[in-house]
Design a protein around this ligand. Structure first.
Ligand code: MN
Length: 497
């Protein structure tokens, strides 16, 4: 698979297919950038590349908005497809299968390159010269509490014994010229590793890599298991190791082509106010609260560095595309690994990563001999026992005559096939590990990361004998082939254009 090894190569490839809008007009990093990105999501317009930010005109620093958003009908998933090494026209199912397929392969560890071959070392700033305000980091949404430098970069940390390195995306806000405020939820891998540092009484070394090669942010949102290195998985996906280089002031390896690397430590006990910041459920945020403090010990960066920016909010933005596609792939991998007859998995982007749609093979009942409630239980056992279930509070289970990437088919299946009765059409699983951002959660649920889950059973195969199942009365299924052909051949003769 072609492997795009830097954000700059990614921008060049997007530009080649008409998916970059370079904006040389002066644009204010204070809210104007964010509003342009939001509108680009709404219009599925090319990704804005801002070259002239208010107060930063001569710096050469740039911002790239909407790096993983949807495009127009010609290649709607181009930004995701190119990031995983597929052609720009790849479908959602093809992207999910590529991601799930790489989970079957042995990991390939990263390759450490010499610092002279690492563009991220073009400029090195340490000590009193560190100034996070040197970059045109935006205030994105109208009520945000500050300038968010980390919306699409990689947080790189490892366990004190060095056995597990984790790459993830968690938002970070600039708190001062050499400090950041970090959201570190306890159940996430970043929080689990941080607790291991807290146990031994040391601040956690961390590197934030901003503007990384396009495959990396995908795994930042992918729920691969605790203890697994995202870099090894990416190596398997691309068939070669990711190029890394040692950081300057912490014992961590960072992506060699990154635009900006911010190094330092997460304080053991200091906190700083963070937020509000709009998030992927799609509502305006109003709350600020104390968060972990990141003390910066070095910044390294490329000439004319590019910062990617995600304006999180209502669908469809990167949280929905990236978390959706990668979580679907991981869940598909785990269900298949449990021997279940899965056809596909997909997060319909419009549902803001709050519902997952699963398709089982049409012959699941014959293969497994299970009733649908038993299949529901098997699926629940796999998904809700681990990390992938965090972002799956609602699951729709259908047969594979439904194209689950087509929302209109999913809605039709749910409405017409799921029985309204509890324990026939819907199955409840109380008190499972949950995300904390859904607006329907109680304060208790948000605080404990525990809440209920539901699976909507839209399966028909165990309700009807074979050959008697309801068949969609579509154009293709409802008329003889010769009539279909006559209608298609004569379509314009009828006066249609
Ligand atoms: Mn992880």
């Amino acid at each position: 698979m072609p492997h795009i090894k830097s954000l700059r190569e990614f921008v060049a490839e997007l530009n080649r297919i008409g998916e970059i809008q370079q904006i040389d007009t002066e644009v204010d990093w204070n809210l104007e950038v964010g509003a342009i990105i939001r509108r680009s999501y709404d219009l599925r317009a090319p990704a804005p590349l801002f070259t002239n930010l208010t107060g930063y005109g001569d710096s050469g620093f740039r911002l790239l908005g909407a790096p993983g958003a949807l495009s127009g009908p010609e290649h709607p998933l181009a930004r995701l497809a190119l990031a995983v090494g597929l052609p720009a026209t790849a479908s959602g199912q093809e992207i999910v299968e590529a991601l799930a397929g790489a989970r079957e392969k042995p990991g390939i560890p990263p390759v450490v390159v010499h610092r002279d071959a690492a563009p991220c070392k073009e400029h090195i700033v340490i000590g009193d010269d560190i100034d996070l305000y040197a970059f045109p980091t935006p205030i994105i949404h109208g009520n945000d509490g500050g300038r968010y430098i980390q919306t699409y970069g990689m947080n790189i940390v490892k366990t004190p014994d060095g056995s597990w390195t984790n790459w993830s995306i968690n938002r970070m806000m600039i708190a001062g010229k050499d400090t950041l405020a970090c959201l570190i939820p306890a159940p996430q891998h970043l929080g689990i590793i941080r607790s291991k540092w807290t146990e031994i009484g040391e601040p956690m070394p961390i590197a934030l890599a901003i503007g990384v090669e396009p495959g990396l942010p995908l795994v930042g949102g992918m729920p691969i298991p605790e203890g697994a290195d995202e870099s090894h998985y990416l190596g398997a996906l691309f068939g070669e190791g990711i190029e890394l280089v040692p950081a300057e002031t912490v014992d961590l390896l960072v992506p060699a082509t990154a635009e900006i690397i911010v190094e330092g430590h997460i304080s053991i006990d200091e906190t700083v106010m963070e937020g509000p910041f709009n998030e992927f459920p799609g509502y305006n945020a109003t709350e600020a609260s104390p968060k972990q403090l990141f003390r910066v010990s070095a910044i390294t960066y490329r000439d004319n560095a590019i910062q990617p920016v995600v304006a999180a909010g209502p669908p469809v933005e990167e949280d929905h595309t990236i978390i959706g596609a990668t979580s679907a792939a991981e869940i598909l991998h785990q269900l298949r690994g449990a021997g279940l007859p899965m056809a596909s998995a997909w997060y319909n982007f419009e549902a803001a990563v709050h519902w997952l749609t699963l398709a089982v093979r049409g012959d699941w009942h014959e293969i497994t001999g299970l009733a649908s409630h038993e299949l529901v239980d098997r699926i629940a056992r796999v998904i809700f026992s681990g990390k992938p279930g965090v972002n799956a509070p609602k699951i729709l289970l259908v047969e594979d005559d439904i194209d689950i990437t087509d929302l209109s088919q999913v809605v039709w299946a749910f409405a017409t096939r799921s029985h309204p009765d509890v324990d026939r059409g819907e199955f409840h699983f109380p008190h499972r590990v949950s995300d904390q951002l859904a607006v329907y959660l109680s304060p208790e649920e948000q605080h404990t990361f525990m809440a209920g889950k539901v699976i909507y059973n839209c399966l028909l195969a165990d309700l009807y004998p074979q050959g008697r199942r309801p068949v969609k009365g579509s154009f293709e299924n409802g008329w003889p082939v010769e009539i279909q052909r006559r209608v298609l051949d004569n379509w314009e003769k009828y006066g249609y254009r």
